[in-house]
Every structure is written in C-alpha cells, then in structure tokens.
Design a protein around this ligand. Sequence first.
Ligand code: TXA
Ligand code: MG
Length: 547
Amino acid sequence: MKTLVYKIMNAADPLLDEISRILRNGGVAALPTETVYGLAANALDPKAASRIYQVKGRPSDNPLIVHIAGLCELDLYCRDIPESARRLCETFWPGPLTLVLKSNGRIPPEITAGLDTLAVRCPDNAITLEIIRRAGVPLAAPSANISGKPSPTRAMHVLADLDGKIDAVIDGGECRVGLESTIIDLTGDKPRLLRPGGITAGQIESLIGPIEIDPAVTGTLDEGETVHAPGMKYRHYSPTAPVYIVGGDAETAAAFINSHGGPGAAVLCFEEEAAYYQNMQAASYGLAAEPETLAHGLFDALRSLDRPDITVIYARCPEGGGIERAIANRLGKASGFHFIDPDSKQGEKANMQIIGLTGGSGSGKTSVLKLLEADGAYIIDCDALYHELLENSQELIAQITKRFPDAAADGAIDRKALGGIVFSDKAALNSLNSITHSFVMREVQGKLNAAEKAGYELAAIDAIALIESGLGELCEFVIGVVAPQELRVSRLTLREGISEEYARLRISAQKPDRFFIENCDFIINNDTGDLNDLKRRWNETFKQIKQ
Ligand code: TXA
Ligand code: MG
C-alpha cells in the first residue's frame, strides 16, 4: 500500500475533505494532535478499528481513545456522566486530557476491548478537529507508532514506523506537548490518575478536589496487582538498548555516567548538563529549567538513540509533580523503572569485583568459568542465559520471529534453523545480535545486582560477544580464552553432538583469536586441551588479577 503524505498548514485547506472521506470510508490515517500523532480510524466501524491493531501490532486487550469534536458530543457515547467530567471538559478541552467514563455501548467492543467504560478526549489541534467535524464520526486513535516504540511527535517518526502500512499521514508539524494526554478515570469512587500528561494532577485537583494516583504511574505496582489503563502494563517507549535512569546532582551523575561510558554507551541529558558529556554520545532533550521543553523533546531524542551501535543509555530525569511526573513516567517505562543512585553505586562497585570471560565456542572459557565458581565467584553464563530467554521471553521470541520468520514455528524459535541463517550471513548475525544483546544485558544487570545484595565479592560474566555487546564495560578485567581451531571443532562436535561442518560454520562466524588478543586484559591459551594445564594457567592469571 502506498501511504499518501499530506502537508497541511491550516484548517481551511480543501484537502481536509478528502482526508475526512478516507476516514469515513474505513481508511486509517495518522493525524497530528497537540500531544503526539494519532493513528485514526472511524470509531463506529469495527473493521477500520481492527486495522489499527493490526498495523501497530497492538494487543487486542488494550482499548483505544475515542476523539470527539467537543463536550457537546460526550452524551452521544457515554452515560452517567458526573458533574466533575463536565467541569474538566469546560476548562481543559480542547486539550491533553482524556476522561474514562461509562460507555453507553454505541462504540463497538473492538475499540473498547470489551470494557463497559470508554476513554474520550477532544484534541487541541485545529486541523484534526476540523477533520473530525467533516468526517462526522468519532475517531479512534492510539499513538501512531509501532507498539513498544516511543510515540511519534513528528510526521517523519510516523513514516519511520508505518510507511506503506496506512492510507495517509497528515504532516501538521511538530506536536506541541510531545507526551500523550493525561488520563483520568471518573468511573470509580474517587477520580484516579491513570496516566500523567500535559494537564497536571494539580490542575485537575484545583478543579475537582483530591484525586488518587494509580500505582502504575510510578512503576510501584506489585506483582499480581491489576493495571487500570490496560496500556500501562506493556514495556513502552523503548529504544533497543536498555535505559537506566541516573539520579543525583549534575556532577555526581556525570561522574558515574562518564566512568561507565564505553563506546556503546549514550546519555540522554538536560541541555544544561551537555557540557559534561563531550566525550560520549549524548542527546539533550530540553532544558531542566523549563520542563515543558523536556516533554516536547523526549520522544524525538529517544528515537535518535535507537541505533544498533548504542548498547546502553543512561538518562537524566527531572523531579517534580507537574509535567515532570509525566516525563518520569515515560522514562520509567522506557527503562523498566530501573534507577541507578550513583552515590550508593560508587560504594557498591568497590564491594564486588566483576570479571569478564570471552572467547570463541569450544575454546574452553566455560571450563575457566567453572574454575572461577570453585574460587567463590558468582557466575553468569550468557550463552545459557540466552537459551533460557529464547524459551521463555515472549518479547524476545516475538522480535526474533518478526526479523527471522523462517526460524520460527508455533510461537517458538528453532535454534538450529536460526544458526543456519545467521552463521553464514554477517548482516543477519548483526541484526540478531542487536536484538538479543539488550535482553541479555538486562538479565545480567539484574543478576549482578542480586549477587551484590547477596554479598558476593566476585562475579564473572561469560559471553562470546562480551566486548561487542557492551557487557565488557561492566567488568574490571576481561579475560580472553583462545585455542587452536581443530581442538575447538573436536570439542564442539563431542560436547554438542553437532556435525563437524556445523561446528566450523559456527566458529567462522565468530571473531578470530587476534580480536581477543587485542581487546582483552589477559589471555589464557588453552592449546593443550588438558584441564590441568588450563587450571595452572588460570591460577597464574587469577593471581595477577588479585594484585
Ligand atoms: O495523547 C493521546 O492520548 C494520544 C493521542 C493520539 O490522542 N493517544 C494515545 O493513545 O496515547 P494510546 O492508545 O497510545 O493510549 C491509550 C491509553 C492506553 O494506555 C489504554 O490502555 C488507555 O488509554 N485506555 C483506553 N481506554 C481505556 C479505558 N476504558 N479505561 C482505562 N484505560 C483506557
Ligand atoms: Mg501509545
């Protein structure tokens, strides 16, 4: 399908009639709003709405917001509307506030995900308001991104995700607010903030009195607790690389981030702090002194850091109960609510030493890992971790299936088939790595934190791609284990019951010994294949590390 792009500067543009017609007749088009771009379809047409889910890859249990032309249309789709709703609409509509109200059943279940409530809002964008009026139907519109990616705040973001999949994009320039609307649920005993956004809790409270903040907003939801806005339970806004929010004052944070800033590390920072990060990849997203600029720039900056060469992102996050709450919520979700407190981290780091182990398959690094374990280290075998993730992480399986459909069947990944594809194709291997590394990194970080809490003094991470994945940056020393090719082939065939040919294919896809010799702090040569020799060489290396 060809996606038409219309650049429209004002609401009197005659093209609006054509766009309205597309939407009325079951089309799907991305429209600018003051918050983010929305992917709109006729909210009275279940078939059109189901295209939205399909195009975005959105889970069908996540209902859509219905966009209407104003307060006068509220009674058409909702019932038992409380007085507080009308007061909020009169003050904040058109604007970035979504109300959850009782549905009167006119909006079909495909849009409400079968709930008896409905989320409605009236967007503050002259072009889109005019399109709603001319279409003569309410428009269901989630943010116009692929599920999981940052919401689009410019037409080019929409095209990056959805070009060729939707009928049209209306380019109305950059979105003013930059974060999705505030959602407030008025169907319970007390008004409840489900998603913070451009209208702050304080603004709402000044009009209708105290409101509750849903625990999902701050990521403090306990396991098993229900999420009230179904969309809040999904990982979201995430670049491929893991994101960590670094607290503390400007200087402490900069010291921590710079000392962790290897080649794959990037920082998402405030304009005022950019000078601290001249030696690393940095994207500043606005002024800390003017948090609206941070909201405006956040998603664009997150997208700019979504690159295969970036393996970890450290983010600075504003504090406060205004728009800062919405920024912290989105960054929290992008990071899986992972916070680093650099003050306590400095101390922690000194407590547990982390050693990296790397080398090709069959070189004997896992034997060295076992020796480390015997020496009291907490060990992490990334190969085993990866295989576990391949079995259990639905998110990883989904991403690999999308990129390598031939290696997937019945919701599972065929490892042999996947190997067959990537071991002989460098680009495919890189693409697989860019998917898997961030998942493994996340798991490793979690395990390291747990080990540290449990009081371990030494941890070892064993990974073939330790250096390329950015894991090496977590390690004080990296040890490379190398061995002659023929020895590796015979070990692999014996250990894994694979053919010699497959073993050679796998080895040829890996880095040569030279790479490890150049990049590691220590090299252990496992050329005799005798465990006692290996043990002796390990002990010599360990002595040097301990010095
Ligand atoms: O600013 C916005 O609201 C943008 C623009 C395009 O208008 N739209 C937007 O839609 O952010 P979306 O689909 O990305 O987010 C809608 C959120 C989801 O978290 C969804 O679960 C929640 O609203 N939601 C929808 N209907 C709901 C309901 N009946 N009760 C509770 N939450 C609901
Ligand atoms: Mg969204």
